[in-house]
Design a protein around this ligand. Sequence first.
Ligand SMILES: NC(=O)c1ccc[n+]([C@@H]2O[C@H](COP(=O)([O-])OP(=O)(O)OC[C@H]3O[C@@H](n4cnc5c(N)ncnc54)[C@H](OP(=O)(O)O)[C@@H]3O)[C@@H](O)[C@H]2O)c1
Length: 252
Amino acid sequence: MQIGLIGAGNIARALARGWAEPVLCTDSGSGRARKLADEVGGEAVGSNEELAERADLVVLCHKPSQLRVVAEEIGGRAKAVASVLGATPVGALQMAYDSTPVFRLLPNTAVEVRRGVICYTPGREVRPQLERDVIGLFERVGAVVTVEERQLDAAAAVMSVGPAYQALLAEAQVDAAVRHGVPAPLASRLVVETMAGTAQLLEARDYDTLAVRREVTSPGGSTARGLSALERGGVRAVFHDAIDAVVVGARR
Ligand SMILES: NC(=O)c1ccc[n+]([C@@H]2O[C@H](COP(=O)([O-])OP(=O)(O)OC[C@H]3O[C@@H](n4cnc5c(N)ncnc54)[C@H](OP(=O)(O)O)[C@@H]3O)[C@@H](O)[C@H]2O)c1
């Protein structure tokens, strides 16, 4: 399947690196499409129209505000369209693309290392084989999870924003370890490897966070003291506030 990316910014680059196959791509004049094609293979093409004619699947990676402009250029030419645009409901995509099959997917940047999470919101009836092909393509770069559109803002507040939360959590722990004399590169490695291992352990325990926490928390022990300090510091409340801020902002 020849992939065509409209936009060559952060998410286009993450997807292209994850797919690791030649892509067609465009930008709005920055030259980022050429850079991306040089890196992953494929071609920066001269126009969105040409890209739509040559691609089997057009992946919309521009900004949501460009929806109408781009749809006017490629509607009727594109064989199928997958959108990764934030804040752009399936209804808006269907209206912009009329009779072209459209798919709404929301990935996070971990698709670059093929450990992404991709929320898939089914739209109108499309050929089942085409839907399988599109989902299969995204499954190559992460876990595709079906999410109803009404849940998507809250889902995005954890999975799309999530890499930034995890990075901040890691940074705070590294800083604390450095304060206690662990060199920063060593502290970073210890923290990040611990995060990766914990993620795998959680998967093995059916995502049961309490079970994993109990396994490392002996009564009256050091983990219990550390967790208690986190609770006193309001770690849960802060996450509620952070996620509320994202959800409320998305609904404005
Ligand atoms: N970043 C994420 O983690 C993430 C995750 C999920 C979804 N998304 C969604 O993905 C979309 C892009 O986000 P981003 O972070 O990748 O933004 P970005 O880095 O600003 O990239 C946007 C790209 O779109 C190009 N573009 C704009 N108008 C265009 C047009 N008319 N024709 C062709 N290309 C055009 C820009 O061209 P220039 O290079 O010339 O400026 C740029 O390459 C947004 O809708 C966002 O909601 C992002």
